[in-house]
Every structure is written in structure tokens, then in C-alpha cells.
Design a protein around this ligand. Structure first.
Ligand SMILES: Nc1ncnc2c1ncn2[C@@H]1O[C@H](COP(=O)(O)OS(=O)(=O)O)[C@@H](OP(=O)(O)O)[C@H]1O
Ligand SMILES: [Mg+2]
Length: 416
């Protein structure tokens, strides 16, 4: 596209647009149109830009802050959706534990919460962002609920969704029919990809933890042109106090909401609260002091391998084993300094198990890579193509962590 700036001054350019004159005031960034403009959008996300518009027939500028707060509306919608979904899940988990139905064989209450959370989040996103074209890549689909045998479960889910919506006030949201609940769940059928905006949702991450009465998370991320640009993690059972060896947060409260937007840092607030605190990963360079986080379930991540890596690094504290992306949340606020995930052979990582968590950690100053040090690529559809496992730590520890991982993997391979 032709550059149509008519005036070139440092940091200020004028573009003629019909009858209006648009002034782009940019902090040290040159802004153009076409490809140059697209390039500057990436800079906008990192550095901020204020755009002021003034009509050619009017001398006083009409300041329109168009791009200085990218993804602000999406973040507000995602926080609202995840908070409501957490409320629904808490209700189901409470009933589940009271009725002592927490054996793995009875999956129905879990299914109810998974579906309910997905329906609710899908509905809220559509309602709060009516003019934003997007799709949703989510874990559940409505297949079983459309069968004769699923009708009772569908009624229960619809009830739960409507009770949760009503808890916001009787006139805030309409009631949904069973068909609308099915449609909301099926909105999550997208395959994602590298073009456009895709929400990535795990309505209950850490289902086994949820059934046990332990940790779980509602994880919602946003991909834009294949990159994670926003993430929200609601962790209803995670204490606001630190849970690792770095005891810097203290509180008796339980329930955390982590959120991050690209270029804007990571914040934590009490779930249902409003005071937000900026959080940072623990900036230590001595792994001996670090706590190491890993999956609670040995079937999900090799505890032996992470034990061997911890030994090589000289980590002294025992591993902190908790379910779900609550691990990313805890890392982002510096409770510990390392998270290792080594699924057993043949397992393929899904994007909804890492999208929200990864940006929560990276915006807090951490690094998330596969076992070979490659960044995670969320643009390839539902799956992540990772080399062996996923490792997370701060900038200072990453080189020694990568060395320890490489050694441990080589030892494992030669022992087979
Ligand atoms: N076999 C196997 N190997 C590796 N990972 C698996 C496996 N099976 C499941 N999953 C995924 O793990 C998600 C739970 O997250 P974590 O592994 O971090 O938590 S846990 O401690 O194991 O509960 C869990 O998320 P949810 O299914 O949403 O609960 C799964 O996506
Ligand atoms: Mg999951």
C-alpha cells in the first residue's frame, strides 16, 4: 500500500482520510499504513500508542485512544466469564464432596461442571464481545448430552448455568434454554490456527483434582494470529498465601484469579475481589533454594525424571505436586521457581492446557519452553508439537535447567 502521510515530523505524522485528518502521535515509533502499520501494531502492544483525531473543519483535537489498550474489552469479558464459571464449579465441587461421591467411577458431577463452565464462558464471551469476530477452541462437546441418556444431565447443567447467571442479579442476564446451552457448548468446536482470534478454553483443568477436592483451574486464553495475547486463570482452591519455598504472600483466603495481557504484566486478585496486585516470578539464580512444581498425578508427568533433574540442579525442597494450571499461577507469583511437565510417551499436549498458563508466567517475567528450549507454538491447531516435555522457570535459571534436562533425558535414554 502507498504511504499517504503528507507530513513527516519526528514522532508525529498526518494522514488524510476523507474529510478527517488523523494525527498519529507515537512515542518514538514511526507509523505508516499497510504492512508498516501492521508492524507497528506489534509495537503498539509492547509500547503503547495514543491516536488523536481531529476533524479538518474543527481546530480542537478530538482525542480517540484507539489502540493504547489492546485486548482490554476481551480481558474484562474473560475475567467475568472465568469468575462466573468458578462460581458454578465451586457449587458442584461442594455438593460432590458433601455427597461423598468423589470416587473416580462416578464422573457425572464432574461432567456437569465441565459442561456448565464451558457453556457459561462461551455464552458470556458472545454476549460481552458482540462485535468481535472470534472462535472458541474448548475441551468439551455436546455429543453425549444430545443422546436420550444425556437429557437429565443436560437439564441439570442448564439449571446450574441459569442459577449462576441469576446470581449476578435477576435482570443482568437472560435465562438459557437447553438448546441454547447445547449451542453454547458447541461454540467451542473451533480448531484454532494461525489466523484471527481464537479463545482457548479448558473449562475445568485438573479434573482429577476437582474430584478429589483439590486444585483445579478454569483456564481461558486468547490467541491472535497464532500468539497467546491474553490469559485468565481462575483457581478456586488456591490459597492467596504462597505455597512453595518462597513465602512472600500471606493470607488465610482461598481462591485466586490470575490474568495477563501481552506487554502489560501479570496480576493476581482474590477470586470475586477487586484489588489487584502485580506479580513477578521468583528471580533467584541459585536452584538450591527453589521449589519445583509438577503434576499431582504421576500418570500425567514423570516424577522420576523431574526427581533426577532436581537432583542435578541441587534443589533441596521436596517437589510441590498440585493439579492443573494452578502451577503456572503459583510460579507467576514466585511461590517456587521451576515447573516441569514430562508426560509419558505418546501423549499429545493440548493448547488449552497451556495457553492461559503460559502467558500468565511469561508476562510475570518467566520463560516457558519445551524440553529442548523451543518456545511453544499455539498456531498449529488443537495440539502443541513439543519436544518431550514442557519446562518453566525464570530467565536466570533457564540455562542451567536446560542443561540438567538434557543430561537427565540422555541418562534415561541410555538406560532403556
Ligand atoms: N496421560 C496424560 N498425560 C499427561 N497429561 C494428561 C494425561 N491425561 C490427561 N492429561 C492432562 O493433564 C491435565 C491435568 O493437568 P496436570 O497434569 O497439570 O494436573 S494433574 O496433577 O495431573 O492433575 C488434564 O486436564 P483436564 O483433562 O482438563 O483435567 C489433561 O488435559
Ligand atoms: Mg486440562
Amino acid at each position: 500500500m502507498r504511504n499517504i502521510f503528507s507530513k513527516k515530523k519526528k514522532g508525529e505524522r498526518e494522514r488524510k482520510m476523507g474529510t478527517a485528518t488523523v494525527w498519529w502521535r507515537v512515542r518514538g515509533i514511526s507509523v505508516g499504513v499497510g504492512s508498516e502499520l501492521r508492524l507497528s501494531e506489534a509495537r503498539i502492544r509492547r509500547r503503547g500508542i495514543s491516536v488523536s483525531t481531529r476533524s479538518s473543519c474543527c481546530s480542537s483535537p478530538l482525542t480517540l485512544i484507539v489502540s493504547s489498550m489492546p485486548y482490554e474489552k476481551e480481558l474484562a469479558a474473560a475475567k467475568k466469564a472465568a469468575t462466573l464459571a468458578a462460581r458454578l464449579c465451586q457449587k458442584v465441587q461442594k455438593a460432590l464432596l458433601q455427597s461423598d461421591v468423589h470416587s473416580k467411577s462416578d464422573k457425572s458431577p464432574v461432567t456437569v461442571a465441565d459442561y456448565g463452565s464451558q457453556a457459561l464462558i462461551s455464552f458470556i464471551l458472545e454476549r460481552e464481545l458482540p462485535s468481535e469476530p472470534f472462535s472458541i477452541v474448548a475441551e468439551e462437546d455436546s455429543g453425549d448430552l444430545r443422546k436420550e441418556s444425556g437429557q437429565e444431565t443436560l437439564k441439570r447443567i442448564t439449571e446450574l448455568v441459569n442459577d449462576t447467571l441469576a446470581s449476578e442479579g435477576s435482570n443482568t442476564f437472560p435465562s438459557l434454554t437447553t438448546d441454547e446451552v447445547l449451542a453454547a457448548i458447541d461454540n467451542g468446536k473451533s480448531e484454532g490456527g494461525s489466523v484471527g482470534k481464537h479463545w482457548v478454553l479448558d473449562p475445568i483443568d485438573g479434573t482429577k483434582g476437582f474430584v478429589r477436592g483439590d486444585q483445579y483451574a478454569i483456564a481461558l486464553g486468547l490467541l491472535h494470529e497464532g500468539k497467546v495475547v491474553l490469559g485468565v486463570l481462575a483457581c478456586p482452591n488456591l490459597p492467596l498465601a504462597s505455597i512453595g519455598s518462597n513465602q512472600q504472600h500471606s493470607s488465610n483466603e482461598v481462591g485466586c484469579l490470575f490474568f495477563a495481557k501481552v506487554g502489560d504484566g501479570t496480576y493476581m486478585q482474590a477470586l470475586g475481589g477487586s484489588t489487584q496486585t502485580r506479580v513477578h516470578v521468583w528471580d533467584i539464580d541459585n536452584p538450591e533454594q527453589a521449589s519445583l512444581f509438577e503434576s499431582f498425578e504421576a500418570a500425567h508427568s514423570s516424577h522420576d525424571l523431574s526427581g533426577s533433574i532436581a537432583e542435578k540442579l541441587g534443589v533441596k525442597a521436596p517437589p510441590v505436586r498440585i493439579d492443573s494450571q494452578a502451577k503456572y499461577g503459583a510460579l507467576s507469583r514466585g511461590d517456587g521457581a521451576i515447573y516441569l511437565r514430562f508426560p509419558h510417551k505418546g501423549y499429545r499436549e493440548k493448547i488449552w492446557d497451556h495457553a492461559a498458563g503460559s502467558i500468565v508466567v511469561t508476562e510475570a517475567g518467566g520463560i516457558v519452553t519445551d524440553a529442548a528450549g523451543n518456545p511453544l507454538d499455539f498456531s498449529k491447531g488443537k495440539f502443541l508439537d513439543v519436544d518431550t516435555g514442557i519446562i518453566v522457570t525464570n530467565q536466570k535459571l533457564m540455562p542451567s535447567l536446560l542443561r540438567a534436562v538434557k543430561e537427565a533425558l540422555n541418562e534415561k535414554a541410555s538406560s532403556l
